[in-house]
Design a protein around this ligand. Sequence first.
Ligand code: MF3
Ligand code: CO
Length: 255
Amino acid sequence: MINLKNEKEIKLMEDAAIALKAALEAIEKEIKPGVSTMHLNNVAEAAMRKHGAIPAFKGVPCPYKGGQDYKWAICTSVNDEIIHGIPSDNVVLKEGDIVSVDLGTYKNGWCSDAGRTYGVGKISPICEKLIKVAKDAFFYAVDKAVVGNRVGDISNAVQTYVEKNGFSLLREYQGHGIGEEMHEDPGVPNIGKKGTGPRLKAGMALAIEPMICEGSPEIYVKNDKWTVATRDRKMTAYYENTIVITDKEAKILTI
Ligand code: MF3
Ligand code: CO
């Protein structure tokens, strides 16, 4: 069931997003060679709490058998890791790495979710391009997030743009509705056909999240049962925001 949000509820989601944006800003300042991904996690959690929010990812059940609930405020996925990387004191960023940071906040019972890939120091041209294509794909998709279109129009915009640029998309994971829960209906795939899927209505809140790969989109899950990485060990990038569809253009809450 797709829950449409009224103005008051959208306002509450915007409040959750303010805390998320503060966490992103705090993280951005810290990204440099020599910094651990656990440090990024701690900085993000402190910023969320300072803004009256709690990390939404803590307690998320592991999708894989035998894995533990997620215990951290953010996911940090480095280079060929695409999503769900676990922050660690032992993962220290070095010049040339790219790190995808994914984070969510809860405040007064409402949620926001976003992600970015950052370069550490000077990065290769291909990494620059991956980061740009993931981000631009999101904005192409948002252009289609208007009343009367369908979810497939969003998916198709992401797919067309990313594939035109020679990159591939993760098939096993997708964007999602969001609100009082971090994951609500509808699913928002990054691959799809125009004119298919649920019709978009004012008040729908969605997390749109292109997850893109330099090479093959085949993945494996590491022994920690969370970290998803590419089999060919090639680079990956990610970009996500929470948006709300309105009678005019879509509102992006987490920028
Ligand atoms: N932000 C992710 C998503 O969009 C969720 C991360 S899973 C978690 O679906 F366990 F790390 F929270
Ligand atoms: Co999400």
